[in-house]
Design a protein around this ligand. Structure first.
Ligand code: SIN
Length: 520
């Protein structure tokens, strides 16, 4: 009996050693593909309760580089059972993490921030390889991502409560803020920064997290978990569940869980509505940053040079794959021809290609589905009278490239797809308008309202238009609006809540402490 047990133990030890060897081999070959200075930032497993784990059923998600469709590596297809384990780990860790001092959380976040800066180049390279954006943008995102960790470290120590004068004798009122505990869903267009924008706030508030990264870009999320673990975040505080096929049951589990009290989601409006609906079953607090369809208005009195620069920055950032990208560019008839030709000239000079190459100005779209949507928008607009000034077609060959495009004479309103939904691609759709009233009506004629932009030098118009646009963020004479210090979020069907800025409050709840019997 004793020797049989010894034999069994020996066999299972050998199996574990073999599995570990396989994992090390997989990590090493994936890391070699990424070509990082620190290859150990590449993790090919999910992260639950401080441990790196394979998928329970052995399934794998293959991640490819959208610039050439080459395989980058695999991550596990995790299961519902593993998600339940991650939720349980987060709930368990919450008991102690939520009791840590704000100063302690600040210090750990700052340690993570320093590690992110130290590995800035590698983190940028991971973003570029899995998302396709240029290395400049990838590194830019890495810095943007780190800035959320720094900002929320600083916010952690300022979650002040309130003392409210009582309307009743003998009572004193205090309001304290307490962490809520949460689940995070993130998109592929900012594989790192959309995590830290949520996670930084959550950790600073004292929440623990279960993160479901997108299947297209999981390596940035896993690298963040690796750095967080190096920084010393305790087991269970950050959990990462990678999935592609099981996304519906896993998403449902997170949204229906009674222990997760908050959901934070960035992604499309239809998916946001689905998650919001499911999360209502347990009355969770919900933050949603869903899609937009940003108007970008150039008035007749605008500085045209600035407006062209702003349109280039805003429309073509990430090859048009941001929620705040201009989607409908309204240009006053008096400056239309000049604006169109100057913008077309700039866009014609773009060079699409592999984001790692130094002369590439714009990378690929994330996948074939994204290309199909762009093709649909362009063909539809052209069939309704739009003219192609530059671009207007996909590029043949490997990789999901669509030429940076400028369309003029796009019909206004919801008769084209540009008027109905965000394109999420590198197409500037120019629409002519005559009056301020008309353009405000056109800009607001949509169910979503994330960002809006306009160019004007008239102070009266600036106030009128800024107040009239039905959006959560307005860029006035600028095409770039977001950073860690300001509130980011939309109105209408673009979402709920704000991230960045005072967004730590989204991860806390107020509790009233009414003290009686004090005047005896
Ligand atoms: C997004 O596209 O969802 C985020 C864009 C940003 O942070 O600027």
């Amino acid at each position: 009996m004793g020797s049989a047990l010894f034999f069994l133990t020996l066999t299972s030890l050998k199996t574990v050693a073999k599995q570990n060897q396989l994992v090390r081999f997989r990590m090493a070959s994936t890391a070699a593909t990424f070509g990082l200075k620190d290859p150990s930032l590449i993790r090919t497993q999910g992260f639950v309760n401080g441990k790196w784990v394979d998928g329970e059923e052995g399934g794998k998600i293959t991640v490819t580089n959208p610039a050439n469709n080459a395989e980058l590596g695999t991550v596990p297809e995790m299961t519902l059972t593993q998600t339940k384990e991650a939720i349980a780990a987060a709930a368990d860790a919450f008991k102690s993490w939520s009791k840590t001092t704000a100063k302690h959380r600040h210090d750990l976040l700052m340690k993570l921030h320093r590690l992110m800066l130290q590995h800035h180049d590698d983190l940028g390279r991971i973003v570029t390889l899995e998302n396709g954006k240029t290395l400049t943008e990838g590194k830019g995102e890495s810095a943007y991502s780190a800035s959320f960790i720094e900002w929320f470290a600083e916010e952690a120590v300022r979650t002040y409560g309130e003392q409210i004068p009582s309307s009743m004798p003998g009572i004193r009122n205090l309001v304290i803020k307490q962490p809520i505990g949460n689940g995070i869903f993130t998109p592929w267009n900012f594989p790192s920064a959309m995590i830290t924008r949520k996670l930084g706030a959550a950790l600073a508030a004292g929440c623990t997290s279960v993160i479901k990264p997108p299947p297209e870009t999981p390596f940035s999320a896993l690298a963040l978990a690796e750095l967080a673990s190096r920084a010393g975040f305790p087991d269970g505080v950050i959990n990462i569940v990678t999935t592609q096929k099981n996304v519906i049951p896993i998403g449902k589990e997170i949204c229906e869980s009674k222990t997760i009290r908050k959901i934070s989601f960035t992604g499309s409006t239809p998916v946001a509505k689905l998650l919001y609906g499911i999360a209502s079953s347990t009355m969770k607090k919900v933050s949603i940053e869903a899609g937009g369809n940003s108007p970008f208005i150039v008035f007749g009195d605008a500085d045209i040079d600035d407006a062209v620069e702003g349109a280039v920055a805003c429309k073509f950032r990430g090859s048009g794959q941001t929620c705040v990208c201009a989607n409908r560019i309204y240009v006053h008839s008096s400056v239309y021809a000049e604006f169109a030709s100057r913008l077309a000239e700039k866009v014609a000079a773009f060079k699409i290609g592999d984001g790692l190459l130094s002369d590439t100005t714009h990378g690929p779209l994330i996948h074939e589905k994204a290309i199909s949507k762009v093709v649909k928008h362009v063909e539809d607009a052209v069939s309704k009278g739009a003219q192609i000034l530059v671009g207007g077609k996909r590029r043949d060959g490997p990789g999901s490239f669509y030429e940076p495009t400028v369309l003029s004479d796009v019909p206004a309103g919801p008769s084209t797809f540009f008027g109905q939904e965000e394109t999420f691609g590198p197409v500037a759709a120019l629409i002519k308008f005559e009056t301020e009233k008309e353009v405000i009506e056109l800009a607001n004629d949509t169910d979503v309202g994330l960002a809006g932009y306009f160019y004007s030098r008239d102070i009266g118009r600036i106030w009128r238009v800024a107040e009239a646009l039905e959006v959560g963020m307005v860029g006035i004479n600028t095409g770039i609006i977001a950073n860690a210090t300001v509130p980011f979020g939309g109105v209408k069907e673009s979402g709920l809540g704000r991230e960045g800025g005072h967004g730590i409050n989204e991860y806390m709840q107020e509790k009233l402490l009414a003290f009686g019997g004090l005047d005896k």
